[in-house]
Design a protein around this ligand. Structure first.
Ligand SMILES: [Cu+2]
Length: 152
C-alpha cells in the first residue's frame, strides 16, 4: 500500500513538473502583436503596423505581405531627413534577429496597403498573409484591426 501511494506521489510530482516547464515556454515561436491598419478613405494607400517577436534561436525574415482586401501590399520604411520624409521599399525584407522584437510603427517600418478592394470600416478585421524565411510554416495569416487614421 505504501509503495503504491509512493509511486502515485512521484507520478503526480512529475506531471506537475512537466506542466510547469510547458507553461514556461512561449506559446508561439513567432509572435505578432497589435496588428492594425490605419483607415484612409477614398482609395489612398493605408499603413499597417504591428510588432514581430522572434522567440526562436535563429534569424527570421519577413519577405512578403498580401491581402485579399488590397490590390497590392509592400514593405516600406519611412526615412525622415532634414524635415523631409520619404518611403523606401525593403527589397530584401525585414530581418528579425534571434530573440529580438521589431516594431512596424508610425515614422518607421510599415506595410503599405494599396488599392483597397472595398470600403473598410473602423473596427473591422482584415486578414493579411505575412510570408517569412527562416521559419515553418512560411506563411502566417494575421488578423489586422482597422483603426482610425488618427490613432498611433
Ligand atoms: Cu509606405
Amino acid at each position: 500500500m505504501k509503495i503504491v501511494s509512493g509511486v502515485l506521489l512521484v507520478i503526480v510530482l512529475l506531471a506537475g513538473a512537466v506542466w510547469w516547464v510547458a507553461d514556461m515556454t512561449p506559446a508561439e515561436p513567432l509572435e505578432i502583436d497589435n496588428p492594425r491598419i490605419r483607415l484612409v478613405p477614398g482609395g489612398a494607400p493605408m499603413a499597417g503596423y504591428f510588432t514581430i517577436a522572434n522567440h526562436t534561436d535563429s534569424p527570421i525574415r519577413l519577405v512578403s505581405a498580401a491581402s485579399e482586401a488590397f490590390g497590392h501590399v509592400m514593405i516600406h520604411r519611412t526615412i525622415v531627413s532634414g524635415g523631409d520624409a520619404r518611403m523606401e521599399h525593403q527589397d530584401s525584407g525585414v530581418l528579425v534577429a534571434a530573440g529580438e522584437t521589431v516594431a512596424f510603427a508610425p515614422k518607421g517600418l510599415h506595410l503599405m496597403l494599396m488599392g483597397a478592394r472595398r470600403e473598410l470600416q473602423v473596427g473591422e478585421d482584415v486578414e493579411v498573409v505575412l510570408g517569412f524565411e527562416g521559419i515553418e510554416p512560411a506563411e502566417h495569416s494575421v488578423t489586422f484591426t482597422v483603426v482610425p487614421v488618427t490613432s498611433s
